[in-house]
Ligand binder design. Structure first.
Ligand code: 2AM
Ligand code: CA
Length: 259
């Protein structure tokens, strides 16, 4: 796990910058009607890119606030996932880093520095949180399952996206225990991985929102797909569905319906 430790060390240092920003009154800028960015998204990202380039020069870097290089051997970074929470001083936000070799996920790290929760996985070697192995839940009944989702920023200007969100909620909410919308896709995936949630779905996410979480879910025994149950591709697919695997088909049945 040498390489994973090297990545983790850098991410923990970036976590110090993240924490410093969380305590402060922030300069908030807008990327879109709903999409925020703070000075600390930029600061954390710059630090990560600088350190990763020093140690992992043969990887390209894809990062939310700046570089978009080629996807092959790449480090895919979200410096602050859950930026809206961060900007409102809600401690549900994380640094997310997925490391891909030949387009396949190899290492994944999601770190919430505020709660000191570090999730990580290495391909084929299971998933961990702060050193303890994590597993998806074994709940087999959708009606007793806690699900999570998120609302795309595009819902402000794209009527189709807003309709999709409302329509899916209408059909899935009565069939599960309840739905949470906590605002950080990378942590939503980690919560599926450790069995807090049985499932998660969301549209319009970007590679950096999910690049780490997808490996953590799979290594914890869960399943990831698009809304039709096929392999999820974060460059192409609109919807991601994650689950403990057991309730997956029922989620797909509801999410894939054209209504
Ligand atoms: P962010 O905090 O990094 O912006 C909230 O629904 C979750 O989805 C967060 O992880 C948020 O990421 C992400 N998200 C929502 N809409 C998005 C969009 N249009 N592009 C990228 N990420 C989005
Ligand atoms: Ca972000």
């Amino acid at each position: 796990m040498k390489t994973l430790n090297e990545f983790t060390e850098i991410i923990k240092k970036a976590g110090e910058i993240f924490k410093e920003g969380f305590e402060k009154k922030l300069q908030i800028h807008s990327k879109g009607i709903k999409d925020l960015v703070t000075d600390y998204d930029i600061k954390v990202e710059k630090f990560l890119i600088k350190e990763f380039r020093k140690k992992f020069a043969n990887f390209s870097i894809i990062a939310e606030e700046s570089a978009k290089e080629k996807f092959n051997n790449s480090i895919i970074i979200d410096p602050i996932d859950g930026t809206t929470n961060f900007a409102h001083h809600i401690p549900h936000c994380a640094i997310s880093v997925g490391i891909y070799e030949k387009k396949e996920p190899k290492y994944a790290i999601v770190y919430n520095p505020i709660l000191n929760e570090l999730y990580y996985a290495k391909k084929g070697e299971e998933a961990y949180k702060n050193g303890e192995k994590i597993k998806v839940s074994n709940q087999n009944c959708l009606q007793r399952s806690l699900l999570a989702t998120g609302f795309p920023y595009s819902s402000a200007e794209n009527e189709d996206d807003l309709k999709w969100v409302i329509n899916k909620l209408k059909h899935i909410l009565p069939r599960c225990q309840d739905i949470r919308r906590l605002g950080s896709a990378s942590l939503d995936l980690c919560y599926v991985a450790e069995g807090k949630y049985e499932g998660f779905y969301e549209i319009n996410l970007k590679p950096w929102d999910v690049s780490a979480g997808v490996l953590i879910v799979k290594e914890a025994g869960g399943l990831i797909s698009n809304e039709f149950g096929y392999e999820y591709n974060f460059f192409e697919d609109r919807c991601i569905v994650a689950s403990n695997g057991i309730i997956h088909d029922e989620m797909i049945e509801i999410l894939s319906k054209k209504v």
